[in-house]
Design a binder for this molecule. Structure first.
Ligand code: HEM
Length: 509
């Protein structure tokens, strides 16, 4: 059986390669030499692909061609190439490849994994009105309250930093999507995002596992060569089922009791009820849209805040500078709110540098081309997997001086900085750009500004009385976050402590 399948794989690959030999077209983009049949499958690791693609970019340029068996893969290492193709030519580059591993996991009616077409547009139309800049202005009260709850929690137990920033991110998106609140320490919604996060982060590099190239392999047991991730997806399906179904059940129950709080989901269910069969989306599509909004908004926001804490730990000098700005503009008698945003340029620079320094979706989500295309004299075959390497874009030396360095002042006008542009790729490109970016930026801003206003983030002290030097490492997966590290998070002074405690909010856990 194994030999039969291998023979089939080899034959279809040879057929595809021979067919291409007889067609004349512009040369493919450059890339490292691959193996005759399997192409670059053996050379590309399943972890930290972005770093290897970045290194190859230095040798072969900003547009690289790879081949996984007969599948063409184009890696875009510069924001310009990504913008030229995914944005300016978005009609050709907004498709998605099938993601059999993620489908196996239960992500079915989910925009991020739906190909370009009418169904994609229906999902986009469902989400978009709830996430415009104007609509997001209406969520700032929720975000401010949740940020203040975060401060209170950090005072109570600084060691649980990760739990609390996850709760902050989850609470905001839970309210917007389902009108629900995180209410207790061991809230099921937090557990659900944790388990779904684990499933997504360990589901393998999207689009480049053997199952992605030969979807029929998903029916094979996990011990079969190349089928590990399929087994993992099956084992973790429960997490995605819970993510999609549990909040939905809670909301429908509350609506039936007449207690539904307005949210994305209630508005969709009401529209479905009102319009019946004329409404373009059925229950499963609505559930899927809410599920991706909930997950898309929690894991990424949490991971970015974790990067922020790491950066502040390593760079007390920028903390001090942001605190001086906050003290100057706001004083010490109140906490920041959204009306202060434009008056705090350095805090904004810290937010942007956090997004650039370690983008939490380092390879974006792969797009797929619909037609043959030629870009700068290079042939991009129809059906290519297009990988925007955001990591390489944010490290582009032609745009960022000393790109590995965390330096928020780079964005300031001269003479304080170099007036370098804010990073372009962390939220993706073209018609697939992250619909939640305005909401995410607001959540990040209020959390960062509030934390900087009242806390000093420093190295923690170990039992030996010495400073604990953080071990810096990042997880690998579709989302990437810092590996656990310790910090000391202390109110800057007694006035700051009182400010946190005095703030009146009914939102405590
Ligand atoms: C720091 C926070 C976030 C980051 C870094 C981020 C990043 C991304 C990226 C890179 C993509 C892929 C874009 C592409 O294909 O070109 C994406 C897609 C998506 N994001 Fe976000 N995101 C964040 C927050 C959010 C939030 C808050 C929501 C929901 C409210 C959200 C919902 C989505 C959805 C639904 C998609 C799929 C879009 C599609 O396939 O057309 N994201 N995000």
């Amino acid at each position: 059986m194994i030999y039969l399948i291998l023979a089939l794989v080899v034959c279809t690959t040879i057929y595809a390669l021979v067919q291409r030999k007889f067609v004349t077209h512009a040369p493919l983009p450059p890339g490292p030499p691959g193996d005759p049949i399997i192409g670059h499958l053996r050379l590309v690791p399943s972890e930290n692909q972005e770093s290897l693609f970045y290194k190859w970019g230095k040798i072969y340029g900003n547009v690289i061609h790879l081949r996984f068996l007969q599948r063409d893969v184009i890696v875009l290492n510069s924001a310009k190439a990504a913008f030229d193709l995914l944005d300016k030519r978005s009609a050709n580059y907004s498709d998605r490849p099938p993601f059999p591993i993620f489908q196996l996991m239960g992500w079915v009616a989910t925009i991020s994994f739906i190909g370009y077409g009418k169904r994609f547009q229906r999902h986009r139309r469902m989400l978009h009105p709830h996430l415009t800049t104007k609509k997001c202005d209406g969520y700032t009260t929720i975000q401010t309250k949740e940020a203040r709850t975060l401060l209170k929690n950090l005072v109570i137990d600084e060691k649980r930093r990760d739990d609390f920033i996850r709760r902050f991110a989850t609470s905001v998106i839970l309210r917007v999507t389902y009108g629900q609140k995180v209410t207790t320490d061991d809230d099921p919604f937090v557990k659900i995002t944790l388990e779904a996060g684990h499933a997504i982060a360990n589901g393998g590099p999207p689009g480049s596992t053997p199952v992605d190239v030969f979807p029929f392999l998903k029916y094979f047991p996990s011990w079969f060569p190349g089928c590990h991730y399929a087994g993992f997806a099956r084992d973790n399906r429960f997490a995605i089922d819970a993510l999609i179904n549990y909040p939905f059940e809670q909301v429908t129950r509350r609506m039936a009791e007449g207690k539904g709080t307005p949210s994305f989901l209630t508005s969709q269910l009401e529209a479905l009820h009102r319009e019946g069969a004329d409404y373009p989306n059925d229950i499963d599509e609505i559930k899927g849209a809410a599920g991706v909004m909930f997950f898309g908004g929690s894991d990424t926001t949490w991971a970015t805040l974790s990067v922020f804490f790491l950066a502040m730990l390593l760079h007390p000098e920028y903390q001090r500078r942001a605190q001086a700005e906050i003290d100057d503009v706001i004083g010490s008698g109140r906490l920041p709110d959204f009306s202060d945003r434009t008056s705090l340029p350095f805090v904004e620079c810290i937010l942007q540098e956090t997004l650039r320094w370690n983008p939490v979706v380092p390879l974006g989500v792969a797009h797929r081309s619909l037609e043959d295309d030629v870009y700068n004299g290079m042939f991009i075959p129809k059906g290519s997997l297009i990988i925007p390497n955001t990591r390489a874009m944010t490290l582009d030396e032609s745009i960022y001086t000393e790109p590995f360095k965390f330096d928020p002042s780079r964005y300031l006008p001269k003479p304080d900085g170099n007036k370098e542009p804010y990073p372009n790729g962390p939220f993706g490109f073209g018609r697939r750009i992250c619909p939640g970016r305005h909401l995410a930026l607001n959540s990040l801003w209020i959390a960062i500004a509030s934390i900087l206003a009242v806390f000093d983030i420093e190295k923690s002290i170990g039992s030996d009385g010495e400073e604990v030097v953080p071990v810096i490492g990042f997880s690998s997966g579709i989302t990437c976050h810092p590996l656990p590290f310790e910090t000391s998070i202390k109110p800057r002074n007694e006035a700051a402590r009182q400010l946190i405690e005095r703030d009146v909010t009914e939102d405590t856990y």
